[in-house]
Design a protein around this ligand. Sequence first.
Ligand code: EPZ
Length: 421
Amino acid sequence: MDAIIITGNGPLKGETFASGAKNAALPILASSLLAEGRHTFRNVPGLADVATMLKVLQMMGCDAERLTGKKKYVCEVEVGPKVTPEAPYELVKTMRASVLVLGPLVARWGRARVSMPGGCAIGARPIDQHLKGLQALGAEIELTEGYVEARAKRLKGGTVTFDLITVTGTENVMMAATLAKGRTVIENAAREPEVEELARVLNKMGAHVTGAGSDIITIDGVDTLRPVDHAIIPDRIEAGTLLVAAAITGGNVLVREAVPEHLEHVIAKLREAGCKVTAEPEGIRCIGPSRIKAVDIKTKEHPGFPTDMQAQLMALLSTAHGTSVITENIFENRFMHVAELARMGADIQVQGATAVVRGRERLSGAPVMATDLRASASLVLAGLKAEGKTTVSRVYHLDRGYERLEKKLRGLGANIRRVKG
Ligand code: EPZ
């Protein structure tokens, strides 16, 4: 297993860029199942999770590949007249977002056999709302031997009212509804930019989706959809992570491609913490102060503070002047980075869903272990600030959501390298 070694090396300076959005690419790749023919998706990030989704599509009989060479950020997916509508446990257990094939398969192929994803490090993460939504559109759902078996002659439009806000649940139902007969209204829908991006792609395919980005999404079903050529939006969480790298080192970094509207709450918190964050024509610039000020964070569904940025802000606030209170309202177990940050000298007390972070002037490098995707990023960020050497092991977690993060940070002056394990 690879590791990443970082030695604190002062302020980061220069320009970097945000790659395509992982959490837009995954539902969009799954949506290709809705339309026969050859799809071209551009600005697709080179991530382990994208490779897994391509494998899921290949196992269904699609010709799905990431191109190489000059076209290396392009994915082509050819969906034929027949697919095997199944997503096996061995793939779904490595990436729960594979459940995003459920809606397209039931809608376009009348049946689906998709493994239940099981829990993951950050929580149980059930898919009851996904299933409730598909049932509301007329799908018959059975759970057998750890698999979801879903069938429907043809889905019928209906009202889906989610009991709680779910990003991929919203995406699954939205995709399924595009080919249902009649109108579907999704209430209590997720409002993330990636949901809006998926709606843009579905409408390019010939669907009629309105209201994406608000909590009420309306879809008027059509009979068929056509393949698309689409360039995916930049990754707001990777962009936010790179802005925090500037903040934690007191640096000055421009993150090209980053979209300010996608990071409003993160930018507001960085400013509250004493950073100078400005929108520039090419992206977002962050200038970190000599010492960060403590701020309180409460994660919330979009447009609130994103849970996917909580671990990164915790690393930053571990070095702040003062005490910060961080409350994680989305996942029940998303503080696994705390114990690892503590090994670097961070002073963090967890009480249930709340972490009290007493800022320290200095962190010290140490061997630490990545436990999940965003926790890995927070350990890398802490290593940029810490005195001495930090070795982050199990960086396969990091590779799920960041494309060669160490390369981008080295380009900004960080003393960071990957060692093959
Ligand atoms: C998406 O996961 C993202 N993944 C996650 O990003 C992100 O953390 C999460 O949304 C919240 O913003 C993708 O988009 C591929 P949810 P998702 O359904 O859709 C509960 C990352 O780091 N819930 O919005 O799986 C669930 O347990 C990843 O890039 C149910 O109870 O999250 C959680 O507590 C991590 N029943 C809450 O809702 C359901 O049927 C939000 O989950 C569905 C969800």
